[in-house]
Design a protein around this ligand. Structure first.
Ligand code: NAD
Length: 256
């Protein structure tokens, strides 16, 4: 199989988990992320699975760099079948203290970048008559929590965008879906555990049990494997009619 996947933010956390899943299935992968060891991560996954990889550290705050990321993927691999808009950041603050720049950056990276990357991939996917766009939203695309105005707004926005792309992509076999995880233990969440332990004056274990997983019926972090499996299903050739939908992998949080 010569399928090509571009996964933003794939040198850490959920994106890396998804990339490893796709690598096992033989996809060639454009890795992307800002981690210092990103190029090494891409190479080691490529070597382990005997697939072709490339790497970019495009800054998703800049639309020109996003366009470049997509065009260099197509140039390098000759195609682009799966785009996973995964990269994201978090910042938590009461509304009146929320710094404007943090708000703007969260909207730019977590929402606008998904639009710019999909827009750039669109002509190639149309030409191929095949495209699978997978947006990593969040349970916070379906539900709100205090102090997360920017994140909740961006993640709800991504779900709206997912529905429009599904409609416009339908006649070209371009599908678009969102995955909405509950808490996954990644560097993004490990940072939050530490911050919340300080602000609530609790141990890190107490924060996990009493604050983070409070709203999940299943009191476990969502495993990376579950998200990788879901993404692989959405990417399949046979998934033509799975489109415009949000899949909650949230331990029952949004069932309430
Ligand atoms: P992470 O911090 O481990 O990884 C984020 C990735 O995004 C990194 O590779 C980082 O380099 C990249 N990135 C950040 N800012 C960037 C920028 N300006 N330009 C280019 N790349 C940038 O985070 P994660 O927990 O793996 O989160 C991945 C996605 O999953 C995010 O969209 C997040 O909102 C979402 N999500 C996470 C959880 C969770 O519990 N971890 C839950 C639901 C949704």
């Amino acid at each position: 199989m010569d399928r090509v996947a571009l996964i933003t933010g794939s040198t850490s956390g959920i994106g890396l988990g998804i990339a490893k899943h796709f690598a096992k299935e033989g996809y060639n992968i454009m890795f992307h992320g800002l981690e210092d060891n990103s190029a090494d991560i891409a190479k080691s996954v490529g070597d382990a699975h005997d697939i072709k990889v490339a790497f970019s550290n495009a800054n998703l705050l800049k639309s020109e760099e996003i366009e470049d990321l997509v065009s260099s993927t197509i140039k390098e691999f000759g195609a682009l079948h799966v785009l996973v808009n995964n990269a994201g950041i978090q910042f938590v603050s009461p509304i009146e203290e929320f710094p404007n720049v943090k708000y703007e950056n969260i909207i730019a990276i977590n929402m606008n970048a998904a639009f710019y990357a999909s827009k750039a991939a669109w002509p190639q996917m149309k030409y191929q008559k095949f495209g699978r766009i997978i947006n990593i939203s969040s349970v916070h695309g379906l539900r709100a929590s205090e102090y997360k105005t920017a994140y909740v707004a961006a993640k709800h926005g991504v779900i709206g965008m997912t529905k429009v792309m599904a409609l416009e992509g339908a006649s070209y076999n371009i599908t678009c879906n969102a995955i909405c995880p509950g808490y996954v233990k990644t560097p993004l969440v490990e940072g939050q555990i530490k911050d919340q332990a300080k602000s609530h004056n609790m141990s890190e274990d107490e924060v996990v049990e009493k604050v983070m997983l409070k709203k999940q019926a299943v009191k476990d972090f969502v495993p990376l494997e579950a998200i990788g499996d879901m993404a692989l299903l959405l990417a399949k050739d046979s998934s033509t009619t799975i489109t415009g939908t949000s899949f909650a992998l949230d331990g029952g949080w949004s069932a309430q």
